[in-house]
Design a protein around this ligand. Structure first.
Ligand SMILES: Cc1cc2nc3c(=O)[nH]c(=O)nc-3n(C[C@H](O)[C@H](O)[C@H](O)COP(=O)(O)O)c2cc1C
Length: 402
């Protein structure tokens, strides 16, 4: 049966959730599933915002038909062509052959690439800031290129102050009846998932997020409707503030996240000793992760959150231990910057890890190495304690702003 909600007068959520999918983009674990949101406005004209992933297509089509209740579909606005939102476009066009497909030049280029050029021949190519009246509802299209695809369009509905924000302000996590962030406790894991989504999916495009947010400044926005996760209404300042911080690569928290790789426990032991020493220097709420155990998307998320990052890894076949290489490469591609960092290597006969970690971090912008990399031979010994104390002193001093 259809499953819809009216989220504002004559505006309906018509999406669906998938709790079975193991990994988003076949990469990112989804312990809480994912939602594919879509919206339908009923006015003198009707407008549908996006389609969904094929996994929830049947429910979505039933939802749309139920809300339309026999009315004609006038517009399908395509905010984003990524297949988890565009998979059902062809079926919508089959069912509603007179619908006008709204997008920009790039939307239609991608539509032709993914499907066929004929698809969406009833096209309405819109320009930046173009308006479209549905009756009482007035849509204005704002382009948000590379947030996080080139064709992305935000649509602002002026009468109700609703922003349809494509993937921006979205999150991993299926929906459980409550659609609005103010109906759940977002501090109970949801913001962590929103950060993990942002850092891994949108993180590379901080500059583009900033310019999209500048374009929206001064608009009357009372509700944000993203294509994934909860909708924002009373908590708007919270998510806007987070997005501003995340896209400026400003840490949310003064604190330490330590990432270590270890085969036989020696690097792990050195990492534990370091965290212990930091704790004794008054550092609280540290995070310590085994890079072979925790999926990189969670590590990236905490790297976005914390001000001080420590990387500890053994040398492996004259290279950096691969899970650590992957993490640092990933961070580099996502463009993380503006962190205080420290490096701890471990080797037995020919060192490579410490140098490689330093090299990868130096290639990122505004990464301040607090001390020269420390490099342990096979295992930490009491003779090495003074060096470890010096490293802990440097991190603690930096944290306390000395
Ligand atoms: C398969 C393998 C390859 C290694 N390659 C190197 C190497 O190229 N150079 C080196 O100095 N040590 C090498 N090591 C030694 C480790 O870096 C060293 O034992 C380190 O203490 C391991 O730290 P862990 O106990 O945290 O795993 C290698 C170890 C293994 C198991």
């Amino acid at each position: 049966m259809y499953c819809v909600q009216e989220i504002a007068p004559r505006v309906f959520w018509v999406g669906g959730s998938d709790r079975r999918l193991e990994r988003f983009e076949n990469m990112f674990p989804l312990p809480g599933g994912v939602s594919y949101n879509a919206y339908l406005i009923l006015d003198e004209k009707t407008a549908l915002f996006d389609t969904v992933d094929s996994s929830v297509a049947d429910l979505y089509l039933e939802n749309v038909a139920h809300v339309l209740d026999g009315r004609k579909l006038d517009y399908l606005v395509i905010s984003h062509m990524e297949p988890d939102h565009s998979a059902v476009i062809a079926e919508i066009l089959r069912r509603y052959p007179e619908v006008q497909v709204v997008g920009n030049q790039k939307t239609f280029q991608l539509l032709g690439q993914f499907f066929t050029p004929e698809l969406g021949k009833n096209r309405l190519v819109v320009q930046e800031n173009q308006e479209l009246s549905l009756g009482e509802s007035l849509l204005r299209f704002t382009f948000a290129p590379m947030v996080h695809w080139p064709e992305v369009i935000f649509t602002w509905e002026a009468t109700r102050g609703i922003l349809f924000s494509a993937d921006a302000f979205g999150s991993f996590g299926a929906l459980a009846g409550n659609l609005f962030a103010d109906e759940v406790d977002i501090t109970d894991g949801y913001l962590d998932e929103a950060r993990r989504y942002y850092a891994n999916i949108v993180g590379r495009y901080g500059v583009q997020v900033q310019s999209a947010m500048k374009k929206l400044a001064g608009r009357d926005i009372r509700m944000i409707c993203p294509l994934h996760g909860l909708l924002w209404r009373k908590d708007l300042p919270c998510i806007l503030e987070k997005y501003d911080l995340w896209s400026r690569y400003e840490p949310e928290k003064k604190g330490v996240a330590l990432f270590y790789g270890s085969m036989y426990g020696n690097t792990e032991n050195a990492a534990s000793v370091l965290c212990n020493k930091l704790a004794q220097r008054g550092v609280t709420d540290m995070r310590m992760y085994d890079v072979s155990k925790t999926h990189p998307s969670y590590l990236i998320s905490d790297a976005w959150k914390y001000s001080h990052l420590v990387f500890a890894s053994p040398t492996y076949n004259l290279h950096l231990y691969f899970p650590m290489e992957t993490l640092l490469q990933d961070m580099g591609v996502l463009g993380l910057k503006n962190r205080k960092v420290a490096v701890l290597g471990c080797h037995s006969w020919a060192s490579a890890a410490a140098k490689r970690m330093e090299e990868l971090l130096s290639a990122m912008k505004e990464m301040e190495l607090l001390t020269p990399p420390m490099d342990i031979r096979s295992s930490l010994k009491p003779e090495g304690e003074a060096d470890m104390d010096a490293l802990a002193d440097a991190i603690a001093a930096s944290l306390s702003g000395k």
